[in-house]
Design a protein around this ligand. Structure first.
Ligand code: UDP
Ligand code: MN
Length: 249
């Protein structure tokens, strides 16, 4: 089985998660939609999610045992990071899910993206698109993975022993899948984990304030499948003024 999944750790991202689900349905996906929530998400938000997604699963922000270890490491802020890792956990996503596409709640699907699952056809363990800030790193807002008890355990172990170089899931996952930019087998993910694959940028198009390649945008913009509203300002916190401009609410 294959499914799409997103994460909601706080009600503040609810408009994003609902819009993402609507965009996946509007582009006629043939796969089911899962939303992973934490205990901080309110009953009202869960009610809205239950109408937009096929399944809601609650996960701990971080396992109790891991919380102890994180406290020992003085890295309690990594609890949030651990939350996204639960999409590898078969107990959370379902043991029958062989491939999963994770999408941040601040992504929007513009064209059918069911082809994303096919990026693991060559045997890859994981696929993601480059980050505009540092293209040798992938952006962790959109990825394709194979859930499994073994790789979930290895990721949790990596979180506890190595940690994240940016304090978030992106630094952690780039450190785990450290050879993503070259496609070489991954030294941290020893056998039986397979190599990683690169997704086209059109599956995770992020705006860049300091550099934009406008001729490439003009050439390829009709291919854009997913836009990702990275950064602290999200579209649901903006409004359009009478003059057509957008400003923070
Ligand atoms: N998230 C959430 N509530 C928060 C922060 C993050 O639900 O307060 C979830 C949500 O799925 C979000 C993802 O974690 O898309 C990653 O955070 P964000 O998208 O803000 O990071 P960015 O893409 O801006 O680096
Ligand atoms: Mn995001």
């Amino acid at each position: 089985m294959r499914c799409f999944a997103t994460l909601l750790t706080t009600d503040s991202y609810l408009p994003g998660a609902l819009t993402l689900a609507r965009s996946l349905r509007a582009t006629e996906t043939s796969h089911s939609l899962l939303v992973v929530v934490t205990d901080r998400v309110s009953p009202e938000a869960r009610d809205a999610l239950s109408r937009a997604f096929d399944r809601i699963v609650e996960v701990p922000v971080v396992d109790i045992g891991d919380a102890g270890n994180l406290a020992l490491l003085g890295r309690l802020e990594l609890g949030e990071t651990g939350t996204k890792l639960h999409v590898w956990n078969p107990d959370v996503v379902g043991a029958d899910v062989e491939r999963l596409v994770f999408l941040d709640a601040d992504t929007l699907v513009l064209q059918n993206v069911d082809s994303l699952f096919g990026f693991l056809d060559g045997g890859a363990e994981f696929a993601a698109a480059p980050d505009v800030g540092w293209p040798d790193c992938f952006n962790s807002g959109v990825f394709v993975c194979r859930p499994g008890a073994e790789i979930f355990a290895a990721l949790m172990e990596h979180l506890l022993t190595v940690g994240s170089f940016d304090g978030g899931d992106q630094g952690l996952l780039n450190s785990f899948f450290s050879t993503w930019s070259t496609g070489a087998p991954c030294p941290t993910a020893t056998s039986p984990f397979r190599p990683t694959a690169r997704l086209p940028f059109t599956f995770n198009v992020t705006p860049s304030a300091f550099y934009s390649y406008l001729p490439a945008f003009a050439r390829f913009h009709t291919d854009i499948s997913i836009v990702h509203f990275i950064g602290s300002l999200k579209p649901w916190n903006m409004e359009r003024g009478w003059d057509g401009g957008v400003a923070k609410r």
